[in-house]
Design a protein. Structure first.
Length: 610
C-alpha cells in the first residue's frame, strides 16, 4: 500500500493560514497599519473602495524595505521582529509571527512600492494568489505603499459570505479606531470610496479620543492614573451620567496593543455599581504599561486575548484607581446628614478646667459565677406534632409546554387565546407596578406590562415601516447628534429604513447629524437617545437583509417607548393593553424571545392553599 501523507504546497498552506489571520477586509487593514507602525511611520493614509472588497490601500512614511526584504516579507514566517522563541516574551512590536503578508498575498492581488531613506530608487513588487508576478526598480517616496485588490478572488466561498458594504466598512472603522486611539503621536487619514471619513493630526491621548468620538465626550471623561511595581495604568473613565445601555465606548490597551478582557472590565465597573442603573455601562479608555515578560500575547490569531501573569493584583489596582478617579472629581454624591433634632455637642476647650471626667458606676457585689434565676423556658413541642402538618405536602405538577399549545394529555386542554380574552375579568390589579393580574376562566393570568407593551409596539412599528405609512413629527428646534466614524457608517446604512420610520436626519457641514423630525407616537422619547440606541443595536447585531434591519429598528424603538417597570396604570389603561396584546402576532413571547404572561391555574391555587 502506498504512502498517503504528503506536504501541502506553500500556496495551500498560505490559504489555510489566511483563514485564521485574514477573516475580512478589516483584518487586512489592521495587519497593514500595524506593520506601518512597527516601521516607525509618523503619517499613515488608508483608503478603501467598496468596503475593501475592490481595493485597500495603506500608505506610510516608515523605514521602507530593500529589494531583498520586500521579496522575503511575503514568505511564511519571515519577520524582522523576532529571532528566537524567547523573543515572544519580550515583544515591543505589534507583529511578530510573519504570517500577515503571506496570508494576504494568498487570497488577493497585491502590489507593493517601497523605498528606504538611503536608497535612490525603490522596489515595485506584485503577487497574486501566492504567485510571484514580478519585481522591478521604481521611483517612489520613502516608506511603503500597499495596494490590495480583489480580496478573496480565488476563494469564492469566503467572498460570498462577506456581509454588506455597510457592515464591512463598520468593521474596518472599528479596527481602525482601536489603532488610532493608542497611537495619538501618529497622523492618520481614512477615505472610503473617495470620501474622507477621518483626518486625525498627531496629538495627545485625550484629544485623540475627542477627535474620534466627538467633542461631547470631552466633558464626560475623568482621568485615571496609577503606577505600581506591577504595572502603570493611565487613561480615562466616564462620569456616571455618561452611562448607557448600549454602545458605550470601552477600550483596553496593553503596551500599545488593543485587547479584550472581561475580568478587567468588571474591575472598572465595580466602583460604579451604586452610581449607575443596573445593566448600563460607562465608557472607558484604559492604557496598561506592563513588563512584556509578564504577559502572553501569542494565544489567539487576532492577538486581542492576552494572558497576564498577575491578573488578580492588577484587578485590585485598577479598581482602586477608578474609585479614586470618581471620588477625586466629586462624582460620588456627598452624604448630607439631617441636622433637625440633632444633639448639641459643644466643642472641646482645653483651657476649661471645670470639665470633669465621667464616673463609671459598677456593682462590687456582682459575681458572674453566682447562679441567677433563669427565665422560664418555653414549653416543649407537644407529642405527635407531625400530625399537625399532615396534608400540607405539595406534589410537583408537570409544567405545561406552552401557554396556548395543545397537546394530547390526560389533563383538560388549556384555553386558546380567544377563550381567555372572552372570559377574562374586566377588572385588573397591578402588582408592584410591573405585573397586571386578571381573573380568567382557568385561573389567574399574570402579564408583564413592559413586555406586553413591547410586543404591541413592535408589531405596530414594524407594520408601519413595511407599509411606508409612518407620519413624521417635526421638531421645533432640531437636535444635534454626534457619532463616531464607525457609528456614522452604521447610520448611513440605515438611512432608507429611518426615513420609512418617520425620522428626518440630515448631515451637517462638520460631518455630524441634525435630527429634524421623529416618528409620530415616539416623540416623548428624547430623539438623540433614541437614535443612539438604534445605531448601537444595529452595530451590535449587523443585519444582512433589509427585513432584518427593519426588525432591528422596530425592536429598538419599541424598547425605548415601552411602558417602563414601575409605571402605575389605571384599570382602563390595563384593559386596553391586555386587549391589544391579545390582538398581536404573538401573545406568548416578546420579539427577542422573553415570556410575556403565565397562568396560575385554579387547581394549583387550591392545592397551594390546601
Amino acid at each position: 500500500m502506498s504512502d498517503i501523507i504528503q506536504l501541502l504546497p506553500d500556496s495551500v498552506a498560505n490559504q489555510i493560514a489566511a483563514g485564521e489571520v485574514i477573516q475580512r477586509p478589516a483584518s487586512v487593514v489592521k495587519e497593514l497599519v500595524e506593520n506601518a507602525l512597527d516601521a516607525g511611520a509618523r503619517t499613515i493614509h488608508v483608503a478603501v473602495v467598496d468596503a475593501g472588497r475592490t481595493t485597500i490601500q495603506v500608505i506610510d512614511d516608515g523605514s521602507g524595505m530593500s529589494m531583498t526584504d520586500a521579496r522575503l516579507s511575503f514568505e511564511r514566517h519571515a519577520t524582522s521582529k523576532i529571532r528566537t522563541a524567547g523573543d515572544l516574551f519580550d515583544l515591543h512590536t505589534m507583529g511578530f509571527r510573519g504570517e500577515a503578508l503571506a496570508s494576504i498575498a494568498a487570497v488577493a492581488q497585491v502590489e507593493l512600492r517601497t523605498r528606504r531613506p538611503d536608497d535612490e530608487v525603490g522596489t515595485l513588487l506584485s503577487i497574486s494568489g501566492s504567485k510571484f508576478g514580478g519585481q522591478e526598480p521604481v521611483s517612489c517616496p520613502v516608506g511603503s505603499q500597499f495596494k490590495i485588490e480583489n480580496l478573496f478572488f480565488n476563494v469564492p466561498a469566503r467572498r460570498k459570505f462577506l456581509k454588506s458594504d455597510t457592515t464591512e466598512l463598520n468593521n474596518i472603522m472599528t479596527a481602525f479606531e482601536r489603532i488610532v486611539l493608542v497611537n495619538p503621536q501618529v497622523a492618520f487619514t481614512f477615505h472610503s470610496n473617495g470620501t474622507e471619513l477621518l483626518n486625525l493630526p498627531a496629538t495627545g491621548r485625550k484629544q485623540r479620543i475627542v477627535d474620534v468620538f466627538g467633542k461631547r465626550i470631552n466633558q464626560d471623561l475623568l482621568p485615571v492614573s496609577v503606577e505600581t511595581t506591577l504595572c502603570k495604568i493611565s487613561g480615562f473613565v466616564g462620569k456616571p451620567e455618561s452611562a448607557r445601555k448600549r454602545g458605550a465606548h470601552q477600550f483596553f490597551f496593553v503596551n500599545n496593543r488593543y485587547m479584550k478582557h472581561a475580568y478587567f472590565s468588571k474591575a472598572v465597573m465595580t466602583p460604579f455599581e451604586r452610581l449607575v442603573p443596573q445593566g448600563e455601562q460607562v465608557p472607558y479608555f484604559i492604557y496598561f504599561d506592563v513588563n512584556p515578560s509578564d504577559i502572553d500575547v501569542n494565544i489567539h490569531p487576532t492577538k486581542t486575548e492576552i494572558k497576564f501573569e498577575n491578573e488578580q493584583p492588577i484587578w485590585q489596582v485598577l479598581a482602586a484607581a477608578v474609585k479614586e478617579a470618581i471620588g477625586k472629581y466629586n462624582d460620588v454624591p456627598s452624604i448630607d446628614f439631617d441636622t433637625v433634632g440633632r444633639p448639641d455637642i459643644p466643642a472641646y476647650n482645653p483651657l476649661n478646667t471645670d470639665v470633669t471626667a465621667p464616673r463609671v458606676r459598677t456593682n462590687p457585689q456582682y459575681n458572674p459565677f453566682k447562679e441567677t434565676p433563669q427565665r422560664e423556658h418555653r414549653q416543649q413541642a407537644p407529642e405527635n406534632w407531625e400530625d399537625l402538618y399532615q396534608g400540607l405536602a405539595v406534589t410537583p405538577q408537570p409544567q405545561t409546554p406552552g401557554l396556548f399549545d395543545q397537546e394530547e394529555t390526560d389533563e383538560p386542554s388549556i384555553e386558546t387565546a380567544a377563550d381567555i380574552i372572552a372570559d377574562k375579568s374586566p377588572v385588573h390589579y397591578q402588582y408592584k407596578g410591573r405585573y397586571i393580574m386578571t381573573a380568567v376562566k382557568s385561573g389567574l393570568m399574570i402579564i408583564d406590562q413592559h413586555r406586553a407593551h413591547l410586543r404591541v409596539l413592535f408589531d405596530s412599528f414594524k407594520d408601519k415601516m413595511e407599509q411606508h405609512r409612518w407620519n413624521t413629527q417635526s421638531l421645533l428646534f432640531p437636535e444635534k447628534l454626534q457619532l463616531s466614524p464607525a457609528e456614522a457608517v452604521t447610520l448611513a446604512g440605515m438611512r432608507d429604513q429611518l426615513s420609512d420610520a418617520g425620522f428626518v436626519v440630515t448631515e451637517t457641514a462638520d460631518g455630524q447629524f441634525s435630527i429634524e423630525g421623529v416618528p409620530a407616537g415616539v416623540d416623548d422619547v428624547p430623539p438623540v437617545q433614541l437614535l443612539r440606541t438604534m445605531v448601537s443595536a444595529a452595530a451590535a447585531t449587523p443585519a444582512s437583509t433589509k427585513d432584518e434591519l427593519v426588525t432591528s429598528l422596530a425592536l429598538s424603538m419599541a424598547r425605548a417607548a415601552a411602558i417602563p417597570v414601575g409605571q402605575v396604570l389605571t384599570n382602563a389603561e390595563m384593559e386596553s393593553l391586555v386587549n391589544q396584546l391579545f390582538s398581536s402576532s404573538n401573545v406568548n413571547l416578546t420579539p427577542d424571545g422573553h415570556p410575556i404572561l403565565c397562568i396560575l391555574r385554579q387547581e394549583e391555587i387550591e392545592q397551594m392553599l390546601g
